[in-house]
Design a protein. Structure first.
Length: 348
């Protein structure tokens, strides 16, 4: 190679290289072009390696031309890379673009569960009468769940048939929320006025009227001079708040080990006003159990039954919700079917 060859190669290869770089349409193609144009096997590189063999008088000129060719091509590469990077960023931005003119996705509003609606309503009536809300553990010990409530060891409620036991001796899933009131009486002397809402557990075969997990509100009032008349008046006030001014309350004798006397509480049907209909059958809705707290129960909790008396009541939230909303199958409360639940949007 003489100086003329070198000038020609540098000229031609600079032009070819520029064309190749300009033709690259992606960053990957540009990387290939860089190897072809400036790599060790590129024709321009052969000029540089032949430089040593040229006459001394030609070396400075050819060396300078070779450097200019390299610089020109490097600049062309950098310029094209910046162009292609801008294009790539633009494409990414386009893929990520949000069309702010599209209509939004409307969120489906949730609603409170019918059992929550009923529980809140019941609790609200009692808190307005001065009752305090108390809560307690769902895993209870034998004493708080049974013994303190005057439920003897041979009572059917104590056997495996009705209760769900956990793998710790003497512990079970609470069968009613009474244990919370027992704990309240142990913790403080009268006057006491509390409601205990919560989840309770029974060993049941699940069907339209039985669940093994359900909900209760129990209430308890203990003070000097509390009478059965106070129980009746309280339950009448409660029934009127829940079902309207016209509702009547009927008490009939019943037995619970933790009260004496005990009674079953029915309210006149809010649909037919007591005449008898599809909701109630005979005009009455049996909603609660109640009674005067058994002296032994007071004594078990460290309250003097000679000085104090009290009344207590318990009701099933599922039962009240079924009556109130005309629900025929308890399983609907736990199945989570949106078609059922969305019917309570805006309900009270
Ligand atoms: C029912 C019956 C009732 C009570 C619950 C109670 C609680 C204490 C002391 C005395 Cl700490 N009694 N609770 C009393 C009578 C009936 O519930 O059929 N509930 C659905």
């Amino acid at each position: 190679m003489d100086a003329g060859d070198a000038r020609r190669i540098l000229d031609e290869e600079t032009e070819r290289g520029r064309a190749r770089i300009a033709a690259a349409s992606s960053l990957e193609e540009l990387e290939d072009a860089k190897v072809a144009v400036l790599g060790r096997k590129a024709p321009i590189a052969s000029v540089q390696s032949s430089l040593g063999a040229l006459p001394v008088s030609d070396k400075p000129e050819i060396g300078k031309l070779a450097n200019q060719a390299f610089t020109a091509l490097r600049e062309a590469l950098d310029a094209r890379r910046r162009e292609l990077e801008t294009v790539a960023e633009g494409a990414l931005a386009q893929a990520d673009a949000v069309d702010v003119t599209l209509p939004g996705r409307r969120p489906r509003p949730g609603s409170r569960h019918p059992l929550t609606l009923v529980e809140d309503r019941i609790v609200d009536v009692f808190t307005r009468m001065g009752y305090r809300v108390v809560e307690g553990p769902e895993i209870e010990d034998d004493w708080h769940n049974f013994e303190a409530l005057n439920i003897p060891a041979d009572h059917p409620a104590r056997t495996m048939k009705d209760s769900l036991y956990v793998d710790v001796p003497g512990m079970l899933l609470r069968t009613e929320t009474s244990a919370v009131q027992i704990r309240t009486m142990q913790a403080q002397q009268p006057p006491i006025a509390v409601v205990a809402p919560g989840r309770v557990y029974r060993r049941e075969a699940v069907d339209a009227t039985h669940l093994s997990v359900f909900h209760q509100v129990e209430g308890l009032a203990v003070d000097e001079g509390i009478s059965f008349a106070d129980l009746r008046g309280t339950l009448e006030a409660f029934a009127r708040e829940l079902f309207g001014e016209r509702v009547r309350v009927r008490l009939s004798p019943d037995y619970f080990p933790f009260v004496e006397p005990g009674c079953q509480v029915a309210v006149s049907c809010f649909v037919c006003d007591g005449a008898g209909c599809r909701v109630c059958g005979n005009g009455w809705l049996e909603l609660l159990g109640a009674g005067m707290v058994h002296p032994k129960v007071l004594e078990n909790c460290g309250i003097d039954p000679e000085r104090y008396t009290g009344f207590a009541f318990g009701l099933g939230i599922e039962r009240v919700a079924m009556v109130r909303y005309g629900i025929g199958d308890m399983r609907l409360f736990v199945e989570g079917d949106v078609r059922f639940l969305e019917q309570f949007q805006g309900a009270a």
